[in-house]
Design a protein around this ligand. Structure first.
Ligand code: HEM
Length: 432
């Protein structure tokens, strides 16, 4: 059964853009302009991925939108795939790293250094130096060792909700579950979970507003670093069995890790660990809640759950990595100028009908399963093994312990847009 919402309904009022609309640049022809506000599109907020399906069907494969300061959206599978693997054309270094290093050497006293989220905001060859330490920490082997701990956490939370005949899944389960495990792996104190989570949510919500203002971006990043610093320093002095302690023992470029390196690492790990998986769980449990026959099938044949988790990731791909055009170029026949912003719209790429026939259909037998929900190229998600274990385990435990569940018909699901698209809240019901 598929759930493509009726898109012919009354037009929804557009939400205001967070950054000003930009005038159409002279090199952008009218046919490449499409009205879509990644951070505030009213239909995206109301119908989530059904809006993205609509966009994948009707928008140009690469388009320019005037919203949020004006930027490119790379939507087809081919465009997203090519751009993600071409850092010479689409850079992740919004400020060139060489320039940042030079600034650091001449920084006046009392001025805060520019923060660089590593490895995500670096291009090759610098990228590899900062990526290597994370590969082993998040390897399939390291992650398998965490499966039982995660399952126990999941059972605890799900058993707590079961007698209530329903729950608000996002706050009661999706948020505490991956976040508790992540804080433990990373080494941040669990009792400050609420504080960390609020900051991660605030940061992601603020991205739309700070697009046109690099100093606002830096202010947001410093908040994250400030909240982690005590623990970073404490673990340098008293190493424990956690990621912070093991990162301190490594070298970058033959030099011992510095506090500046550790602070740069903590930004992406903090945001990756605290916000992504919970949104993925929200999409998956919502899909299951709308499809009782799929629930029944997976309860009867739990060995299908890994495939189902993958098809959910494809059908509801939800992260949108940003890039900057590195030089004047022509990409897919489209003229782009150095310095323009481009979003790799992975959610639309995985709903591209030329790559995934009948993309709206949830199909466990799909011939081509090669989605790019975790990106592709050098920045491909380092946390993907951990995320997969968490998603599969959550579905297994939830289906085994909660009887047939459904969406609460009185509580409409709404979504947030931006770099991480997900449900705001998810009210479920079941017969206790
Ligand atoms: C379902 C959950 C997740 C999804 C869909 C996801 C998605 C992504 C995507 C698309 C990228 C590529 C970004 C780019 O091209 O610029 C990425 C990178 C990254 N992710 Fe994830 N992620 C998830 C979970 C996690 C987790 C649990 C962590 C763990 C801390 C994590 C850490 C990272 C890091 C550090 C990078 C940067 C890698 C690099 O630049 O080499 N992610 N993620």
């Amino acid at each position: 059964m598929n759930h493509v919402a009726d898109l012919s309904g009354p037009a929804l009022k557009p939400a205001p853009s967070r950054a000003p609309r930009a005038p159409q640049p002279a090199h952008v022809p009218d046919r490449l302009v499409y009205d879509f506000d990644l951070f505030g599109d009213a239909r995206l907020k109301a119908i989530g991925h059904d809006r993205i399906l609509e966009l994948a069907r009707t928008a140009p494969p690469v388009f320019w939108t005037p919203h949020n300061g004006g930027h490119w959206m790379l939507c087809s599978y081919d465009a997203a795939y090519k751009a993600a693997r071409d850092p010479d054309s689409f850079t992740s270094e919004f400020t060139p790293f060489a320039k940042v290093k030079a600034m650091m050497e001449n920084l006046p006293e009392g001025v805060r250094r520019p923060l660089v989220p590593v490895p995500i905001n670096l291009d090759p060859p610098e990228h590899a130096k900062y990526r290597a330490p994370l590969n082993s920490a998040f390897s399939p082997r390291a992650v398998m060792a965490l499966r039982d701990e995660f399952r126990a956490l999941a059972i605890g939370l799900i058993e707590q909700a079961r007698p209530n005949g329903g729950c608000e899944f996002m706050t009661e389960i999706a948020e505490p579950l991956p976040v508790t495990l992540f804080l433990r792996i990373f080494g941040l104190p669990a009792e400050r979970q609420r504080e960390y989570r609020d900051l991660a949510a605030e940061d992601l919500a603020g991205i739309g507003q700070s697009i046109a203002d690099p100093s606002a971006v830096q202010r947001r990043l410093w908040q994250i670093v400030d909240i982690c610093r005590d623990t970073l320093l404490e673990r340098q002095a008293n190493p424990q069995d956690d990621l912070i302690s093991s990162l301190w023992k490594l070298e970058i470029d033959g030099k011992p890790m510095t506090l500046a390196d550790m602070e740069n690492f903590s930004i992406v790990l903090f945001l990756g660990g605290l916000d992504t998986v919970m949104n993925g769980m929200g999409h998956g449990i919502r899909h299951l809640a709308m499809n009782p026959e799929l629930q029944a099938r997976l309860r009867a044949e739990p060995k299908l759950i890994p495939d189902a988790a993958e098809e959910i990731l494809r059908r509801y791909t939800f992260t949108v990595p940003p890039r900057m055009v590195a030089k004047d170029l022509v990409f897919d026949g489209v003229e782009m100028k150095k310095g323009e912003r481009a979003y790799i719209f992975l959610p639309a790429a995985d709903l591209d009908s030329s790559h995934f026939p009948c993309p709206e259909r949830f199909d466990l037998q799909r011939e081509n399963k090669a989605h790019i929900a975790f990106g592709t190229g050098v920045h491909r998600c380092v946390g993907s093994h951990l995320a997969r274990v968490e998603l599969q385990t959550l579905y297994e435990v939830f289906l085994a312990r909660i009887p047939q569940f459904r969406l609460d018909p009185d509580r409409l699901v709404t979504f947030h847009g931006g770099h991480v698209i997900g449900p705001d809240a998810l009210h479920l019901l079941w017969d206790a």
